[in-house]
Every structure is written in C-alpha cells, then in structure tokens.
Design a protein around this ligand. Structure first.
Ligand code: ZN
Length: 196
C-alpha cells in the first residue's frame, strides 16, 4: 500500500507505548526508563476515508491518536490512530503474552497524509464532533530523535519504516456508527474514519 504523501510502500510498523506520562498514568503504568516497543503487521494499515470494523472477539476498541513518523533521508510525519482492543490487551498483559492480538487487527494502524516533519505538533481526535484527545508532541517522554536512535541502534531502521510514537491521555472506546476525525496541526495531516 502506497501511503498518501509518501512515494514508497510502508516498511515495518514500529509502535511506542507509554510515551506520554499522563497516558501511562491513566492506564496504571509507570513511566518507562527506555522506550516500550511493539510491532503491527502490514495488514493493519488503513488510510483516510476508511472503515474500522470492531473485531467480533472484542467488546472494547480504544482510539489512541499519535504522531506517525516515516523514516528516510528526510523524516515525514502524519496523524495516525493506534487502535487497541483494550479488553484483549488486558488479558494478554495478565498472562505476560505479546500484544499482537490486541494491536494488529485490520485497520488498527490508521494513517493520514504525510507532510514534512516539523515539531512540536498538536494532535487532536474527535468522535462525532466532540473532542476526546488533545495533546502536543512537546510532552513526549522520548523525543523523535531519541526514538529513531533507539530503534536504529537496537533493531535497525529501513527507509519507509513507520513509527507510531505513543498517545497522549484521553484514550477511550469507539462504538459502531461513530465518525472519528483526527488532525495534526489543525488539519495539516488529517484522518477521517467511520466505525462499522
Ligand atoms: Zn499507542
């Protein structure tokens, strides 16, 4: 899949957990001392105008609005939503198992159009016109520079890789029939979805 504003297909989808202190707190987690890293499959990608289907084995899918960075000779950014089946994640966490079943479903890596990276950036997510999440990348615990350095030195990044950089506080469930609108810097990058 070629993403809007990127001239190449997406590579690996890296995700960072607990990168905002207020969000770590709202889920009862400690602020991490090094980045929490997990992955999403390519099949979880969805772009602006898409339809999110709630998986039949989950009763709670949360929105997490995030800055997404595309890695390359020049970095690009887009608004994204890291959808999370919170009930499934809770069961996996309790058993000490990986989060793939909670984070990797079709449409769970939703992405708007890519533009040149310039920070800080504002993130806002509304559901049916009501603001649910509002944050700034200035509140990140690990900066983009640090995340890129960490991923590069630990795993190795490739041109076209995407990095979901964590969500500010205010995460909550989405319900069938709702319209979701996520914006970076008042719409410089935008993502509009319908929940089926
Ligand atoms: Zn997230």
């Amino acid at each position: 899949m070629i993403l809007p504003g990127l001239s190449r297909p997406a590579g690996t989808i890296w995700c960072i957990g607990r990168n905002y202190a207020e969000h770590a707190k709202e889920l009862g987690n400690e602020a991490p001392s090094s980045p929490v890293v997990f992955l999403k499959p390519a099949s979880s990608l969805m772009i602006d105008g898409g339809v999110l289907r709630i998986p039949s084995d989950s009763n709670r899918v949360d929105h997490e609005v995030e800055l997404v960075v595309a890695y390359g000779s020049s970095l690009k950014m887009a608004v994204g939503i890291d959808f999370t089946a919170r009930d499934i994640q809770g069961e996996l966490k309790a058993k000490g198992l990986p989060w793939t079943a909670a984070k990797g479903r079709p449409g769970f890596a939703a992405i708007g159009n890519f533009v040149d990276l310039h920070l800080p950036a504002d993130l806002i997510l509304s559901v049916n016109g009501t603001t649910r999440q509002k944050g700034t990348t200035a509140d990140m615990l690990f900066t983009i520079e640090k995340l890129v350095e960490h991923l590069n030195s630990t795993y190795g990044l490739t041109e076209g890789d995407l990095i979901f950089t964590g969500t500010p506080s205010g995460v909550g469930p989405v319900v069938s029939g709702e319209k979701i609108d996520a914006r970076l810097n008042l719409g410089e990058s935008r993502l509009r979805l319908t929940v089926a």
